[in-house]
Design a protein around this ligand. Structure first.
Ligand code: WT7
Length: 636
């Protein structure tokens, strides 16, 4: 196959060809897919600053024909999905490609019967169960744009996303078990939809059996609907640049933005990166622990593996339930050969007694992956030694919601895998390091802003409903480049090391939040006048959330009051974003360090949160330098 890289020489050749003759290179790769009609041009539009890249324009296709139908001739009885439930005492289930195809068709027919049409937006808020995968693919089958919202976000966060996308339909379940936690997801959706006039229907999948309220003329049970539908559903013909999905992600300003990916380029990028990075073989059992509600779940649990005809494990639970041995137990139970998880999960399991991992053989493992944040050396070595038993290459994969798929990473066993380095760019990816002024820093042993110099098939196409925003955030800051928001270092060997965000975005357990987004949630508390949020190093989460808050009624003078105010701050964050964005530390203050022009000096707040109070730099430009002394004295 044109796209498959198996040696270091092939990597270098592919890299060079993709850089020098991208139309030829990606045209060849695209030949491996099923098209209704082939493309007129491979690459088009203007990459930057307009941010109007197109890929395979003129082509028509349906991505689910590539994920499902095309495998039926040779892989009908191969497992597509293995489902491992939250509770190990419950039975796991398996779906072959034939069964998954049938279920997707049935779900697609249910959606069609309920008026969902090509181009409509469908918000999906579900537990990690096979129906989540099925619903997402069913949308793609009929050309509806899916927007999966992680089922940990609050009602108000769902409402923001539904309204921004003007979604007409929501798919959810009765309830969700995640570890020992239980979430009544249907009632969260009910709360959200109080402020969502665009939604006409809600489809509910029965999962936990908990009682729910069904709203007349709006809510329907999947098990009632599915009885009346055919087991086949023709796939809708989509244009290459029709939107496939919207996925909301945080930026440094304002509300989360709806990152839009389209049909053809995303498909090609998902399959190409999946197969090459993990060096997938026909009999692999592949497990990505991410939730489908994040981009990692979209590209590397769902689309990448299914496009490749692989077997993908879908796990409902969490790493530590019912014990910190759960991941390792699941690997042995299902003979997982490729395992892809996040540094935060590794660090939380490292903290448990080693017996939990030593109790399992893990002999099926062949390749290990890491994603979402920099993996520290200690975690890398633990993963390599205790999970991979020293024989599995680790791929540390750097990418973003906006890039659609992996951009910088080792190809397992082929290109160098060094602790704390993402490594070399994939063919088609041209990373550069820029100075603050935007000049390219040439040569190795350099550090700067990470940007990408040319279009690649998975590049973000727009932010939903607001192309100007996409242009301003990604393509305008350094015209001619896509700006990542990350800082990076190119070492002596030319390997990239990702340092972290250079904007006001923090990465908590591999999840992205804008500091402004958390501040505006905190400010919703009636007890709060103003707040400032920064990240600080956290042993397990990578970064923790540190909030400095000015109270409406002055600093509380007793513990009871303090607890009440802190409780109301946490409540505001849980209500407006979700439990996942809860501050780890709250410091109540009487003022924030501001410049004379009123700008909060976050640099100082960051230093204090990091515990580096001896070197706060120049504070003479502050309006009220005494505020800093108070903050240092009260550090949490
Ligand atoms: C941000 C993107 C990529 C899918 C999951 C997160 C950070 C991601 C790595 C890595 C260092 C990483 C970056 C990036 N990040 N992977 N291997 N090493 N940092 O997607 O929510 O869009 O976040 O995550 O800071 O910009 P996301």
């Amino acid at each position: 196959m044109a796209s498959r890289i198996r040696t270091l020489e092939e990597y270098h050749a592919a890299y060079q060809q993709a850089a020098e003759h991208p139309d030829m290179y990606w045209g060849n790769v695209a030949e491996e897919f099923t098209w209704r009609k082939k493309w007129d041009t491979v690459r088009g539009g203007e990459f930057s600053p307009a941010g109007t890249s197109t890929w395979f324009e003129g082509a028509t296709l349906n991505i689910t024909e590539n994920c499902l139908d095309r495998h039926l001739a040779t892989r009908a009885n191969k497992l597509a999905i293995i489902f491992e439930p939250n509770d190990p005492k419950d039975r796991h289930t398996r779906l072959t490609y034939r069964e998954l195809h049938e279920q997707v068709c049935q779900m697609a027919n249910v959606l069609l019967n309920n008026g969902v049409k090509k181009g409509d937006r469908v918000v999906i808020y579900m537990p990690m169960i096979p129906e989540l995968a099925v619903t997402t693919l069913a949308c793609a089958r009929i050309g509806a744009v899916h927007s999966v919202v992680f089922a940990g976000f609050s009602a108000s966060a769902i409402a923001d996303r539904v309204n921004d996308a003007e979604a007409s339909f929501v798919v959810t379940a009765d309830g969700l078990n995640r570890g020992a936690k239980q979430i009544p997801v249907k009632s969260v959706v009910d709360d959200a939809l109080l402020t969502c006039p665009s939604v006409r229907g809600v489809l509910v999948v029965e999962h936990t059996g908990w009682p729910v309220q069904m709203k007349e003329d709006r809510d329907i049970w999947f098990h009632d609907e599915v009885r009346n539908v055919a087991k086949a559903c023709p796939a809708v013909e989509m244009a290459a640049e029709d939107p496939l999905f919207i996925l909301y992600t945080s930026g440094s300003t304002g509300k989360p933005k709806g990152v839009v990916h389209t049909q053809a380029g995303y498909m090609v990028w998902a399959q190409y990166t999946f197969q090459n990075v993990f060096q997938v073989e026909e009999n692999d059992i592949y497990w990505c622990t991410a939730d489908i509600g994040w981009v990692t779940g979209h590209t590397y649990l769902l689309y990448g593996p299914l496009l490749s005809g692989s077997t993908s494990l879908l796990f409902e639970g969490v790493p530590t339930y019912p014990s910190p041995g759960r991941f390792w137990e699941v690997i042995d139970k299902h003979h997982v050969s490729i395992f892809y998880t996040a540094p935060t999960a590794i660090r939380s399991l490292m903290a448990a007694p080693l017996d939990h991992v030593l109790a399992y053989s893990l002999s099926s493992l062949r390749v290990l992956g890491s994603v979402g944040e920099p993996i520290n050396e200690e975690a890398w070595h633990w993963y390599h030694q205790h999970v991979g038993k020293g024989r599995c290459p680790i791929v540390d994969t750097w990418w973003q919601t906006e890039t659609g798929g992996i951009m910088i990473s080792a190809l397992a066993g082929i290109t160098p895998s060094v602790p704390a380095r993402a490594g070399l760019p994939l063919p088609g990816v041209q990373p550069v390091l820029l100075s603050q002024e935007g000049t390219e820093l040439e040569g190795n042993d350099q550090e700067g802003y990470l940007a990408i110099k040319a279009s690649w098939p998975g590049v973000i196409r727009t932010t939903w409903g607001d192309h100007e925003r996409a242009r301003q955030v990604y393509f305008q800051p350094y015209p001619g480049y896509y700006f990542t928001g990350d800082g990076a270092r190119r070492d002596e060997q030319g390997l990239y090391r990702i340092i972290g965000r250079v904007d006001d975005v923090i990465n908590v357990s591999g999840h992205r939040f804008g500091t402004a987004e958390i501040e505006s949630a905190i400010n919703e508390s009636p007890d709060v006048v103003e707040s400032a949020v920064v990240g600080y190093p956290h042993d397990v989460k990578g970064q923790g959330i540190y909030a400095y808050v000015i109270c409406r009624n002055g600093l509380p003078d007793n513990d009871l009051d303090r607890q009440r105010v802190e409780g109301s701050i946490i409540e505001a964050v849980v209500a407006h974003i979700g439990r996942i964005a809860k501050p780890d530390k709250i410091q109540l203050v009487s003022g924030l360090p501001k410049t004379r022009s009123g700008k909060i000096m976050r640099r100082i707040l960051r230093k204090v949160a990091e515990g580096e109070t001896s070197n706060l730099g120049d504070t003479t430009t502050l309006l009220d330098p005494l505020v800093v002394e108070e903050i240092v004295a009260g550090k949490k």
